[in-house]
Write a protein that binds this ligand. Structure first.
Ligand code: ZN
Length: 90
């Protein structure tokens, strides 16, 4: 059976596959993610952007929409490299 193994960007230990399934973008194992959460406020941060896209002709002419995006927390001093992902046979 072939499964994807992703190594933690911090401690280089394999990340629990269940965790990757729940949080596909993560590069940290659960213990490191908890540590990063305490120190830096999390592996990711949520950014809310105001976009003025108001639909023309709509009944509600508020003209303001919000976009929520999740991006990597730039405060976390770790390099997240794609090559940390390996195929392995189990
Ligand atoms: Zn780790």
């Amino acid at each position: 059976m072939t499964s994807r193994v992703r190594l933690c960007a911090k401690c280089k230990q394999p990340i629990d596959p269940d965790r990757i399934e729940c949080l596909p973008a993560t590069r940290l194992c659960a213990p490191c993610a908890a540590e990063v959460e305490n120190k830096y406020g999390g592996e990711f941060r949520t950014v809310v952007r105001e976009t003025k896209t108001g639909r023309k002709g709509g009944l509600k002419m508020t003209g303001v929409d919000y976009e929520v995006e999740t991006e990597r927390n730039p405060k976390v001093p770790l390099r997240f490299e794609e090559e940390d992902e390996h195929e392995s046979d189990e």
